[in-house]
Write a protein that binds this ligand. Structure first.
Ligand code: PLP
Length: 389
């Protein structure tokens, strides 16, 4: 048997993908499965975006392109970051990547080496610590819970900093909690970042998925000093229902973009050329689609919360971003994996155990699914938790 590299042994397989494949297998065997593990909008990519990519394909945009992306897309992204986020970037500050996941991976490869620490608040998106580990660095996990709305406080951040800290990962709106840092909370974190000469990677992929008047402030927009210390990671997947297109981007000081281009130039090269034209259309075309999608998500979120609030043994804070809820299941006495496995076997409902996000005692439920599934699935969950108390 071939010897594998040690780094492979240090990485955990994706629990979400494992659960998803189990659910799909059950479905293939004919089971009536309610799937709440999905991390993607259940809407098709808007027609004008699909059309732009089709046109580009027909027009021969089928060849190798510049590693960092089509200039027109880099410009459109820089423009978006200026007008929507107040971040003064030019095209040279942007690299187009194969999804937000790839942006972050490039960044870790370009900046992290053995001995370096990266501060990650839990519950976290499960790829952050794994990417840090793959790059040879050390993830430093800071636990948060309901008492602070699952948000890291400036004091907690301060306490986690050591001379080896290189990066702090901020994700607002958050996967898996759905929580959104208020502008004041963002400013308070920026202060700590600057006091300690850190860099912050701000994963803003859910920035447009906000409810009940929640406001998104990019940490890079707090001050010119914070701007210099910020790296933005984002993508088209969530806001434009483009998960399978694999288009994301990183925006940062030029030296960092050059370093990421170097890594990307020897790994994936440019993102699929004609797909990038779809992304240009996403930014330049009508944004109405997002409002329609948000309206649907907002209703489903309320519906799901109303069920959860009636269930014994479960409590759930109300988040105002992304499309996830993270109810607390501690009073059921089950660990999150046991909870999800038994729920799947007994009630054919799929949820993701919180332990995958570094916080056992919770499960993640996605409401990027239709209302019938939500009603049926929540009734099953209700039956399940009642049977355990
Ligand atoms: N960041 C967060 C917080 C996410 O939840 C995801 C996707 O689930 C990503 C980044 C990466 O998205 P993609 O690679 O599909 O653009």
């Amino acid at each position: 048997q071939m010897r594998l590299a040690a780094r492979v042994g240090q990485v955990n397989p994706s629990l979400t993908l494992a659960i998803d494949s189990k659910a799909k297998a059950m479905k293939a065997e004919g089971a009536d499965v309610c799937n709440f593990s999905v991390g993607e909008p259940d809407f098709p990519t808007p027609a004008h975006i699909r059309q732009a990519a089709t046109d580009a394909l027909e027009a021969g945009k089928t060849r190798y392109g510049a590693v960092a992306g089509e200039m027109k897309l880099r410009q459109a992204i820089a423009q978006k970051l200026q007008t929507e986020n107040g971040l003064c970037y030019g095209a040279e500050n942007v690299i187009v990547t194969n999804g937000g996941k790839h942006s972050l991976y490039n960044l870790m490869m370009a900046t992290i080496q053995p001995g370096d620490e990266v501060i990650i608040p839990a519950p976290y998106w499960l790829s952050y610590p794994e990417m840090v580990t793959l790059a040879g660095g050390t993830p430093v996990i800071v636990q948060t819970d309901e008492t602070t709305g699952f948000k890291i406080t400036p004091e907690q951040l301060q306490q986690a900093i050591t001379p080896n800290t290189r990066l702090f990962v901020l994700n607002s709106p958050s996967n898996p909690t759905g929580m959104v840092y208020s502008p004041d909370e963002v400013r308070a974190l920026a202060k700590v970042v600057l006091e300690h000469d850190l860099y912050v990677v701000s994963d803003e992929i859910y920035e447009k998925l906000l409810y009940d008047g929640a406001e998104h402030l990019s940490i890079g927009a707090v001050s010119p000093e914070a701007f210099e210390r910020t790296i933005i990671s984002s993508g088209f997947a969530k806001a434009y229902a483009m998960t399978g297109w694999r288009i994301g981007f990183l925006a940062a000081p030029v030296e960092l973009i050059r370093a990421c281009s170097l890594v990307q130039g020897h790994s994936t090269s440019n993102v699929c050329t004609f797909a990038q034209y779809g992304a240009i259309a996403a930014l330049e075309g009508s944004q109405d689609f997002i409002q329609d999608m948000l309206k649907a998500f907002s209703q489903r979120r309320k519906l799901m919360l109303s069920y959860l609030n009636e269930m014994p043994g479960i409590t759930c804070v109300e988040p105002n971003g992304a499309f996830y809820l993270l109810p607390n299941i501690k009073r059921t006495g089950m660990k999150s994996i046991e909870f999800c496995e038994t729920l799947l076997e007994e009630q054919q409902a799929v949820m993701v155990p919180g332990v995958a996000f570094g916080s056992d005692g919770y499960v993640r439920i996605s409401y990027a699914t239709d209302t019938d599934t939500i009603k049926k699935g929540m009734e099953r969950l209700d039956k399940f938790v009642r049977s355990r108390l």
